[in-house]
Design a binder for this molecule. Structure first.
Ligand code: SAH
Length: 275
């Protein structure tokens, strides 16, 4: 229903804090410079979505990061605010128009902190990973374009030198879920967002390894006991067991990560990792 008239006649911008009412959101001035995500989307009502929950939601309410939405429809053409048209060369579906996307990019960039990269979520993009999340989280923020239908006209990507980032080798119906995943991965790395900041240092990928298995109470469940070493209180033994498990899991499940990990440490990837 890309051509349905749209009730929003405002600027198409809003800032989101989960605690605020919609009227407050429109009036919200740009908050002091915290890490800032600008999102261009046909579905601003899909935000903050899951980002409004739990740690990321609390951090948003506390101003540790900001979310600015640019409603693509508000930049649409004519009384129906048309944003798309049929693909040149024929074929099914619709393509988002470059002039409309460009206007939305202009509006979103005016809210973005200087130096925030402009990214189009796209299955053709560079695969997103933890290293990219760390790099983005250390910067001022991101401006994200969420595609729909067959995607966006190539010329606007070339004109603005937009970076393309993919969530993985599958096709989503729109960029909104991908944008929320990317923002979530970045926001949890912002200092003070996770109460216990140490927990981002040991988890999967932080050292190029998958994380060791986790256990909690009860000590025995369905006849399965927690590995004894974890109850020993011996920190060095616990740490050694965890590293051993992380290495074994990575070697078994992700030979690609394992080879990269060994290469950075001058280790032989074929070597047995058992202690
Ligand atoms: N025709 C396109 C897919 C369009 S899917 C193609 O074959 O490449 C519609 C939108 O969903 C895209 O514009 C993009 O913004 C988003 N999307 C789909 N899959 C994605 C993925 N793996 N990673 C990030 N964004 C994705």
């Amino acid at each position: 229903m890309a051509d349905a008239p749209h009730p929003l006649r405002a600027t198409g911008r809003k800032s989101v804090r989960p605690s605020a009412t919609p009227r407050d959101l429109m009036a919200d001035a740009v908050l002091a410079r915290a890490w800032s995500a600008q999102v261009i989307t046909l579905f601003p009502q899909a935000f903050p979505g899951v980002l409004g929950q739990s740690l990321t939601g609390r951090a948003l309410a506390e101003g540790l990061w900001q979310l600015h939405l640019t409603d693509l429809r508000a930049h649409g053409d004519g009384p129906h605010r048309k944003v798309d048209d049929t693909p040149a060369g024929g074929g099914p579906g619709l393509v988002l128009r470059p002039d409309i996307i460009a206007a939305a990019i202009g509006a979103a960039m005016s809210l973005a902190p200087p130096g925030a990269p402009l990214i189009y979520l796209s299955p053709r993009g560079r695969p997103f990973d933890q290293a990219m999340a760390q790099e983005l989280a250390a910067g001022p923020g991101v401006t994200l374009i969420c595609g729909r239908f067959e995607g966006v006209d190539q010329r606007v990507l070339d004109h603005f030198r937009v970076q393309e980032v993919s969530l993985g080798d599958f096709v989503l119906s729109g960029g909104e879920i991908a944008a929320q995943a990317l923002i979530d991965a970045c926001v949890r790395l912002i200092p003070r967002v996770l109460g216990n900041h140490g927990s981002t240092e040991e988890e999967s990928f932080s050292e190029g390894l998958l994380e060791h298995p986790q256990y909690t109470k009860p000590a025995v469940w369905q006849g399965r006991a927690i590995p004894e070493v974890l109850l020993s209180g011996h920190h060095a033994h616990v740490a050694a067991w965890r590293r051993d498990m992380a290495e074994r899991l990575t070697k078994e499940r992700r030979p690609d990560l394992w080879r990269a990990y060994c290469a950075t440490r001058g280790m032989d990837p074929g070597e047995d990792t058992e202690l």
